[in-house]
Design a protein around this ligand. Structure first.
Ligand SMILES: NCc1[nH]cc(CCC(=O)O)c1CC(=O)O
Length: 319
């Protein structure tokens, strides 16, 4: 590499939200870059950026996140800092990222994907089949709510937000009988103490891009582009291309119950997708394969097929 590498005197600035999971992801990114270029950790500076979403979530603790504001609630300030040069890269959970980025910014570097599965958490139980009739599930995810009600219409779902600790406390206090947490988050936080049972994708298809970390950069910054290429995971990228094309064609903001998962078997890509009515009364799904390089096309076509099957008003219905 010809351009100069970061150093303790001139560190590469890594922007992130301040939650424990966001920090863990920023540190993983720093450690991978440091290892790839044989640099000390001090050649990087982790910059915590407070977002409108963080503030809104603090004020309106019991309201669904989707009611708190528009697109990119948790990324706006971070992307502003990236555009203006306050930071050099931004680390994100890809599950929370809109399908398109603001002009001048590029999001095409992914770290190796973690466990994609959701974890079912209910002290003493290993799956929702064991919950008694009418039990209460806590989740703020429209997807998980719709999927669970689709499989167990007798259950009641209540709004459940907050970090891992908060949610476990709510379970202990009896606010709900079970909750769901992404296995990826628990693993990245080293929380093997949390009694989470992984739910197989056949039972609950995960969110698009669940378990994947993406690193955003300025399109004009070729030094950073070269550095990120060294830690980029091509298989994760091929999977996310298909999943995000599926989401984009469905116009999936996080306000629609949508699930999608791509997996590779050699040069074959398998994509599974699901859309649901918010109340879980109906679920439409598809499962198809293609050559790895055709993932975007398959994602787009699968979305159109499901939209056609769903018909008008499918997503409008409020349960
Ligand atoms: N929307 C919150 C969010 N964004 C990413 C993760 C977990 C890590 C991941 O899926 O990459 C979580 C928490 C959760 O779903 O339990």
């Amino acid at each position: 590499m010809t351009a100069s590498l970061p150093s303790p005197a001139s560190p590469l600035k890594i922007g992130t939200r301040g939650s424990p999971l966001a920090l863990a992801q920023a540190h993983e990114t720093r450690d991978r870059l440091a290892a790839a270029f044989d640099l000390p950790a001090e050649a990087f500076e982790v910059v915590v950026i407070r977002t409108t979403g963080d503030d809104a979530a603090l004020i309106a603790k019991d309201r669904p996140l989707k009611d708190l504001g528009g697109k990119g609630l948790f990324t706006k300030e971070i992307e502003e800092q990236l555009s203006s040069g306050g930071i050099d890269i931004a680390v994100h959970s890809m599950k929370d990222m809109p399908v398109a980025q603001p002009g001048g910014l590029v999001l095409d570097c992914y770290l190796p994907r973690e466990d994609v599965r959701d974890g079912f958490v209910s002290p003493g139980l290993s799956g929702w089949a064991e919950l008694p009739q009418g039990a209460v599930a806590g989740t703020s995810s429209l997807r998980r709510r719709a999927q669970l009600l689709n499989r167990r219409p007798d259950l009641k779902v209540v709004e459940f937000r907050g970090n891992v600790q908060t949610r476990l406390k709510k379970l202990a206090d009896g606010v709900a009988d079970c909750t769901f947490l992404a296995m990826a988050g628990l693993n990245r936080l080293g929380r093997s103490d949390v009694p989470a049972t992984p739910v197989e994708p056949e039972a609950m298809l995960p969110a698009v891009a669940q378990g994947a970390i993406g690193i955003e950069r300025r399109g004009s910054d070729s030094r950073v582009a070269d550095m990120l290429a060294a830690i980029h995971d091509a298989v994760t990228a091929q999977r996310l291309v298909a999943e995000r094309a599926f989401l984009a064609a469905l116009d999936g903001s996080c306000e629609t119950p949508i699930a999608g998962l791509a997996e590779l078997d050699g040069s074959t890509l398998r994509l599974r997708g699901e859309v649901l009515r918010p109340d879980g009364s109906e679920a439409i799904s598809d499962d198809a394969t293609c050559a790895v390089e055709d993932g975007a096309k398959l994602g787009h076509e699968m979305a159109l097929k499901l939209l056609q099957q769903a018909g008008p008003n499918f997503f409008d219905w409020r349960g």
